[in-house]
Design a protein around this ligand. Structure first.
Ligand SMILES: [Zn+2]
Length: 269
């Protein structure tokens, strides 16, 4: 494995997490009475203005609401035009068979930024809303973490590993969190686990590892709600500042220009 050179080891990195873009097969179609393409583009515009020197963008899944080839190819060509390295992992709304995996389907993948590495996992299971990380990927994660002992590591998956205290969302949690945390607990260099799926900002610390979620670029779910409910918060994104000394600084930004009239009367999505 080739890791970074010395120059890069002294560098800080700015990585953006976006999530749950829920794009339709055509850009003018609406989802829950709002246009996810417009809010996604408003979010991307703010990212480019606020962080002109971004090192990479990671989408933590539910890239598509209508998971067909047109949706994925439109997303890929939009992202390619930005000229910023970008990566994505699938969510429960995606079609794993045609999802544009960074490398191989269903394989834990590592990407490197100086002293930092991300490990991308697929927690989506075809035809299920809840999540599960397959044994093969967990084994690959273990091998990668052993190789990356000198690196600071962030793991990314779609589903939330710990409860959000929101009954309906927690039915759709990652179901084999223990298998994941058993591995993470053995590695003191894992700094964070980032995920989407819950369409809200959250942060939860477990054994010095931050478990953090990110707002969707379209609709937001109401925190702590027993039943399905949408929230008034604007769409958003997360910035991760990775320092060469191993410190991680992170915050979310809401994008007010992406806020659209959303029909909160709906009972599901
Ligand atoms: Zn979603």
């Amino acid at each position: 494995m080739t890791l970074s050179n010395n120059n890069q080891d002294q560098q800080d990195w700015t990585i953006i997490q976006i999530s749950d873009t829920h794009l339709m097969n055509q850009e003018d179609l609406e989802f829950v009475h709002m246009n996810p393409e417009h809010s996604f583009q408003s979010v991307m515009q703010q990212i480019r203005q606020q962080y002109p020197n971004v090192d990479a963008i990671i989408n933590t899944g539910d890239l598509a609401q209508v998971p067909v080839a047109e949706t994925y190819s439109r997303y890929l060509s939009f992202m390619q035009r930005l000229g910023i390295p970008f990566y994505q992992i699938p969510g429960n709304h995606d079609n794993i068979d045609i999802f544009p995996f960074y490398q191989n389907k269903d394989e834990a993948q590592a990407i490197h930024f100086g002293r930092w590495s991300f490990v991308l996992l697929n927690s989506a299971v075809q035809d299920r809303i809840d999540g599960w990380i397959k044994q093969e990927q967990l084994q690959q994660l273990e091998v990668l973490l052993a190789k990356l002992q000198q690196q600071f590591v962030i793991v990314a998956c779609h589903h939330h590993p710990f409860e959000m205290r929101s009954t309906w969302i927690d039915q759709h949690i990652l179901k084999n969190t223990e298998n994941l945390t058993d591995i993470l607990a053995k590695h003191s260099n894992v700094k964070a686990v980032i995920f989407g799926h819950v369409h809200q900002d959250s942060c939860h610390e477990w054994q010095h590892i931050q478990f953090i979620s990110t707002p969707s670029t379209c609709i937001q779910f109401k925190p702590l709600s027993e039943d399905f409910a949408l929230d008034d918060e604007a769409p958003g994104f997360r910035v991760l500042h990775l320092k060469a000394n191993g410190e991680l600084e992170t915050q979310i930004h809401r994008v007010l220009t992406a806020r659209q009239q959303i029909n909160r009367e709906i009972s599901g999505y």
